[in-house]
Ligand binder design. Structure first.
Ligand SMILES: [Zn+2]
Length: 92
């Protein structure tokens, strides 16, 4: 139950919204393309992954550590499951 007046207002609002979006697009254009350092998160040129050699080394060391942790965790789980199976076998 909307009169025609509302439709006109809606169109006006839509035009305003369009203008706002265009403004936002222009604002985005003003920011040069950039990436963030994987290790510390500061803005860096898009052709780089890290801000410095030190950050790259830190990141690689962290990934290595994480992989090792995951490996240790998997081995631990495997032993736990094995123990569980052995325990069940012994109970029977
Ligand atoms: Zn960094």
């Amino acid at each position: 139950m909307y009169p025609l007046m509302d439709e006109k207002n809606m169109m006006e609002e839509l035009t305003l919204l369009k203008r706002e979006v265009e403004k936002l697009k222009e604002d985005k254009k003003s920011i040069p393309p950039h990436k963030h350092c994987l290790n510390c998160g500061i803005a860096i040129p898009p052709d780089k992954t890290f801000c410095s050699k030190k950050c790259e080394e830190q990141w690689n060391a962290m990934v290595k550590k994480k992989k090792l942790n995951l490996y240790v965790w998997l081995v631990f789980m495997a032993i736990l499951i094995l123990l569980l199976f052995v325990g069940m076998g012994g109970g029977l």
